[in-house]
Design a protein around this ligand. Structure first.
Ligand code: FES
Ligand SMILES: [Fe+2]
Length: 396
């Protein structure tokens, strides 16, 4: 067994011990927090600036931009963004706004083009963002073209993902942000060899932190999901590794129960767990026995009571899967449909209710338990980012 597999089996053995003793990892104390966490426009503004304007977050998987001139667009908390694969294989990110009078330059969610051409007065831009043509240039008047290229945002590819800091001129260093543990964990998963089978973004009337909290939570499984996840995964049993800004947490699938009495020495129990990751500040990465799922939560541009939730399923390529194309499609479509049904039928209704409830005029302080370890890590790191704004180490 490779060293990383040995370490993983050791983590699973620790989870099995927790399951045997009906225990879960614990923080030292409970933590309280106020409803303003989900409703305060001033806090929402601070988090857009100090968190999303400083920290790299995942915006795409590399397989979404396989060839030069492929692009996707998205809404970040501070900027409308275009991501564009360049001729040399790198990726650039731009503010999706024409430099003439500010039209939304690219309206399609994704596509492929040699130039960006503005629908308002037909200025055009090269894939590298430089201003290419000014229509009726003779009458327009002279301007310094080099000053009117698209505004560039810092972007980096690492571990198969494209990461972005949502602020022009900011520095980006994904390895620094991830820290050694999370960086090497992600490096070991071969995420760059997978393909983005499908992704969808939902605009939900819920604060992004209510959503992020729900997807770090091992305490609600059998109550909120009695007929789906609750049948497959144990409730309130998590083995957590606190990496500071990030965390990895193992939950026990019910198939792990067969080792309660028996000795698993020499056996691999990887299929009996879900290995989840809080990739701070706004994502949950799930490592399932045969694929990965990534859930990303982004604040709305202005309204604390809305967010964008992005779900994507990352799977082995048809060639690597050993399935024929049709079987591969069928397999992952089915998986996708199950995920959507749980999301729309179970999580979203519950979380929309939470938002409405915390907006009550007299909603009071709430509390996170010692057993809600990953939620505590999320809340702790959120506060830290507001108090000590992040900069990549070694940079001004
Ligand atoms: S706003 Fe784009 S060309 Fe005028
Ligand atoms: Fe849930």
């Amino acid at each position: 067994m490779a060293a990383t597999d040995v370490a993983r089996e050791r983590r699973i053995r620790r989870l099995l011990e927790l399951l045997r003793e009906e225990k879960t990892d614990l923080m030292d104390t409970t933590e309280s927090f106020g409803p303003d966490w989900f409703t305060d426009p001033d806090l929402a503004r601070k988090e857009r600036e100090l968190i999303f304007g400083a920290v790299p977050t995942i915006v795409a998987h590399r397989s979404q931009l396989p060839r030069p001139n492929d692009f996707i667009t998205l809404t970040m908390p501070r900027n409308k963004v275009i991501l564009m694969r360049q001729k040399d294989g790198s990726v650039k990110a731009f503010v999706n706004a024409c430099r003439h009078r500010g039209a939304l330059l690219e309206e399609a969610p994704a596509g492929r083009c040699r130039i960006f051409s503005c629908g308002y007065h037909r200025w055009s831009y090269d894939p590298d963002g430089s201003l290419r043509t000014i229509t009726y240039e003779d009458s327009f008047g002279e301007i310094d073209r080099s000053k009117y290229g698209l505004v560039e945002l810092p972007v980096e590819e690492r571990h198969g993902f494209i990461w972005l800091v949502d602020r022009a001129g900011a520095s980006i260093d994904v390895a620094d942000w991830l820290g050694p543990e999370m960086d090497s964990a992600m490096a070991g998963y071969g995420l760059d060899k997978l393909v983005n089978f499908r992704e969808e973004t939902f605009l939900e009337p819920v604060n992004w932190k209510i959503m992020q909290d729900a997807f770090l939570d091992g305490y609600h499984i059998k109550y909120a999901h009695p007929n789906t996840a609750g049948k497959i995964i144990h409730t309130n049993i998590l083995a957590v590794e606190d990496f500071g800004r990030h965390a990895r947490f193992l939950s026990a699938r019910k198939t792990l129960d067969r080792w309660l009495e028996e000795d698993p020495t020499g056996k691999s129990l990887g299929k009996d767990v879900t290995e989840s990751h809080f990739v701070g500040p706004n994502s949950t990465l799930l490592r399932l026995p045969d694929h990965f799922e990534l859930l990303t939560f982004r604040p709305h541009e202005t309204d604390p009571a809305q967010c964008y939730m992005q779900m994507r399923v990352l799977v082995p390529t048809v060639e690597d899967s050993g399935l024929d194309e049709e079987a591969w499609e069928r397999r992952w479509n089915k998986n996708w449909d199950i995920l959507l049904a749980v999301l729309h039928g179970e999580d979203f209704p519950l979380l929309r209710g939470s938002q409405r409830a915390v907006e009550s005029a007299d909603a009071a302080e709430m509390v996170i338990g010692r057993n809600e370890v990953v939620n505590q890590i999320f809340h702790r790191e959120f506060h830290r980012l507001l108090k000590e704004p992040y900069r990549p180490s070694g940079r001004p």
